[in-house]
Design a binder for this molecule. Sequence first.
Ligand code: EPU
Length: 312
Amino acid sequence: MSGTMTTMTMTDARVLEGLNIRYECDVPLGPLTWYGVGGPAAVLAHPASYQQLSALAARCHETGMPVYVLGNGANLLVGDEGVEGVVVQLDDPAFRRITIEGSVVRVGAGFDLFKLLLATVKAGLGGLECLAGIPASVGGAIRMNAGGAFGDIGQVVERVMVCDACGQIYYRKRDDLEFGYRRTNIVARYILEAELRLWPEDPESLMKRVKEIFMYKKNSQPMGDRSAGCVFKNPKLGVGVTERISAGRLIDQAGLKGHRIGGAEVSVQHANFIVAHQGCTASDIKELVRCVQEVVVQRTGMGLECEIVTWP
Ligand code: EPU
């Protein structure tokens, strides 16, 4: 344990009693996210096995303790007040295993998506190049069906091992999985690991493609600034239509590039990014999000839904 124990964190930490799971109290979450803002987690738990995660899930479920699962923090905005309850971090080696057999890759939810991409390219396996430049953990990427114009991770997911809120562990297989635009039908609270089916391809041409996609993003997105990637989902062009329009283009056309509230600014490079400057708070970002939504709906009639996840 570490940090100052408030009454709330003591109460929250008690929920893990007797489970033998490593945890810390009152841990600032900002440094664990790409935005770098936000308050502390009452409890940050680091289960060291699937059994420990299942026991933690069951205990939190029985006691009604809120649980949050932290991935790479790349698409996450933590409120300035922090979060009560338990934040689970899958950073133990038990959640970061990888095996490659033929074209099938089995990988833990806590594994880094970019490292996975490099490992598969090196092994001469294609299918993940479309994820170049997307910061995520494997679990987070599957939960959001990470991707972009070049494809998404859902296309190669064969099977996912999950754990539900009660602690039951089971598989979801390809034929009952659905992956849509930034969504899946996986409702289980925890993703433990995934099996991906890739295909053999020449490592050099794969690397060339990775570099091309990376360059496209580097040229069009503020990759060097603190942000959580695109803030809003691209809205559908109309009811019953699947075609979408770039939220960034809409925000740009509404004249909001460079608009600033406190330390938060609509990126001048890509308007769907809100970048955090020195001294930025979560409240600055939230206020700017609301402002962008208001102005865009007034000027274009299009409603913007957040893609980033906000805690609590
Ligand atoms: N555009 C503007 N102004 C802007 C931004 C874009 O006019 O400020 C125009 C561009 O010039 C282009 C069009 O809008 O003609 C589309 O832009 P872009 O290729 O950047 O695609 P996007 O739809 O804005 C999506 C994803 C990105 C992903 C890119 C490339 C969403 C919300 N965004 O952006 O994903 O990197 O395609 O694949 O789906 C993310 O999800 O965090 C993310 C960054």
